[in-house]
Design a protein. Structure first.
Length: 121
């Protein structure tokens, strides 16, 4: 199964991940982590796009790697899957695949923003 086909099978979000964070540190911890994620993930994706334009695949792989665990902790599964695909493609020297996966991750972040903000309300 190709990476794009595999991404289509991933659930968009997993609310149980946020519930787990709330059970560990309360709503304040979850709110802080979501806020940091939303701020820093946009910066990392912007850096990944710039690195793609510069054909700097190691930087793309690094940015994707840094994002994938944060996505997983917060339950942003579609973005996590896209980051895994971006890291794999960039590490393999596949700039076209890396670009497609970074575009998917960016779109997933845009979709996740509303969900995360509603979960924190």
């Amino acid at each position: 199964m190709s990476e794009p086909a595999a991404l289509a099978l991933v659930d968009e979000h997993d609310p149980s991940r946020l519930a787990g964070l709330r059970s560990l540190g309360g709503q304040a911890l979850a709110r802080d982590l979501v806020s940091l994620f939303l701020e820093h993930s946009r910066e990392k994706l912007t850096a990944a796009h710039a690195a793609l334009d510069a054909r700097d695949l190691p930087t793309v792989a690094f940015a994707a790697h840094a994002l994938k665990s944060s996505c997983g902790q917060l339950g942003v599964l579609s973005m996590q899957a896209a980051c895994i695909a971006a890291e794999r493609a960039a590490s393999a020297g596949d700039g076209i695949g890396a670009r497609a996966a970074v575009v998917d991750a960016t779109a997933a972040l845009d979709r996740a923003r509303g969900w995360l903000e509603s979960e924190m309300a």
